[in-house]
Design a protein around this ligand. Structure first.
Ligand SMILES: Nc1nc2c(ncn2[C@@H]2O[C@H](COP(=O)(O)OP(=O)(O)OP(=O)(O)O)[C@@H](O)[C@H]2O)c(=O)[nH]1
Length: 407
């Protein structure tokens, strides 16, 4: 047996699209489709209008060639129809007028149909009977050329056929048999054009639905990508950026600010929990995880600028990047963060320098470290190493002269 490919998406694909016979879609989709339909019609309306105008002018030339007297009667209604067609073409060009497009197209169709009937009764020539056939022509035009929606075209066709019946059978001028032939011809061409319009609209709706499904698939894919990207750059335990996320963001801010020429105002604060190995050994790994979460929450609550960010650089090492901050302000930040973590009073009996959890901090400014991410981290790491060496639970920084100073 042939293996069917496994479907992972819950969204429908092209084969799942089934339209009801009446073609109506659920309300919100139907509204979107109406806009989509008008948009697709608007692009062809000027061409349709041009061909209709050409047709009417040709009809007038033919009428004039056959009978100049007849043309003297028909040119005015023809001109009225041309004016309406031009108005419709203009409506199609303006997006804010397009809601009138179908109304205007129907007005054109009715004008051509009714003037045909009127001319049929008033032109005193054998060809006058042919003018009654303008009624099906108008239906055809409304349905196919100007692409009026099927339900509107169907109702209008019925109305126009009703008018044709009244005109033909209400006048003594037209022979009964001829009236019947004209009516049957009209019904036949109206049915054909309506059928064509039904098929066209069905295909258009199916195309619209396929596109809709495609957009939904695209959105689903985008949000899946966003989730994956988030998972790839965020640390699951603390909710801070992970190392990869940090490197991306740091490059971004360094380059972004570099363009503005102020990347020296980016400072990097690197800190590490003192004797964390002993913390794990004393309280267990789970308690160690809780400790990491609590400690990380302090710089996160302190970072003010929306571009600042906190990242977990390694096991119990964190980075805070302060954007548009001088080294002096960053040192104030670092010292305050160190104090607040100490003041949390998280018991740490395994620490050799305190009874509570403390951190050591290294600070470096991009201005002092070549405005480069790798160098900036290296400078901060050097400062952190010195802070550890100087007894831990303190802040050290890389000075302008490239020397590490411990506070
Ligand atoms: N609970 C927990 N522990 C972790 C995690 N990641 C790393 N660690 C632990 O963090 C400890 C880091 O130990 P060290 O690098 O020796 O650092 P330290 O004990 O803090 O020593 P100093 O930095 O010199 O004060 C190791 O014991 C790791 O197992 C984690 O996600 N959860």
């Amino acid at each position: 047996m042939k293996n069917e490919p496994q479907r992972t998406s819950t969204l429908p694909n092209g084969n799942d699209i089934r339209l009801p016979w009446h073609l109506r879609l659920p309300a919100p989709l139907e509204r979107d489709f109406a806009d989509y339909f008008r948009g697709s019609v608007a692009s062809v309306t000027p061409w349709a209008a041009a061909s209709l105008v050409a047709l009417l002018i040709l009809a007038l030339i033919v009428e004039y060639t056959i009978s100049p007297e007849a043309a003297a009667v028909t040119w005015r209604p023809r001109l009225l129809c041309v004016m309406l067609i031009v108005a419709t073409a203009l409506i199609a060009r303006r997006a804010d007028w397009r809601r009138w497009l179908h109304v205007s197209s129907l007005a054109v169709a009715f004008a051509v149909a009714l003037t045909g009937n009127w001319m049929g009764l008033n032109v005193d020539h054998a060809m006058a009977f042919g003018l009654f056939l303008q009624t099906p022509l108008a239906i055809l035009m409304a349905c196919v050329v100007l692409r009026v929606p099927f339900h509107l075209a169907a109702v209008s066709s019925l109305a126009m056929l009703g008018i044709l019946v009244l005109t033909l059978f209400g006048s003594d001028r037209v022979d009964r048999d001829l009236s019947l032939v004209l009516l049957l011809l009209s019904v036949a061409s109206a049915s054909m054009s309506l059928f064509g319009q039904y098929i066209y609209e069905r295909l258009l709706r199916q195309h619209f639905l396929s596109e809709n499904v495609l957009f939904q698939h695209r959105d689903e894919l985008h949000s899946a990508n966003r989730i994956l990207e988030n998972q790839a750059t965020v640390d699951g335990l603390t909710g801070c950026l992970n190392r990869r996320g940090m490197e991306n963001r740091l490059d971004e801010v360094l380059h972004g600010f570099g363009r503005g020429g102020v990347s020296e105002r980016i400072t990097l604060v690197l800190f590490d929990i003192d004797f964390f190995k002993q913390y794990n050994d004393t309280y267990g790994h789970l308690a160690g995880d809780d400790c990491l979460k609590t400690v990380a929450s302090i710089p996160r609550s302190m970072a003010q600028n929306s571009k600042d960010f906190v990242a977990r650089y390694g096991g119990e090492e964190f980075v805070v990047v302060l954007v548009d901050t001088s080294l002096k302000d960053a040192l104030v930040f670092a010292e305050r963060m160190r104090t607040r973590i100490e003041q949390l009073g998280l018991p740490h009996t395994g620490s050799r320098i305190s009874q509570v959890v403390t951190i050591s901090v290294g600070v470096a400014s991009a201005g002092n470290c070549d405005n480069d991410a790798t160098n900036l981290i290296k400078c901060a790491d050097e400062a952190l190493y010195q802070a550890k060496g100087a007894g831990r639970n303190r802040v050290a920084y890389m000075s302008d002269q490239g020397r590490v100073v411990t506070l």
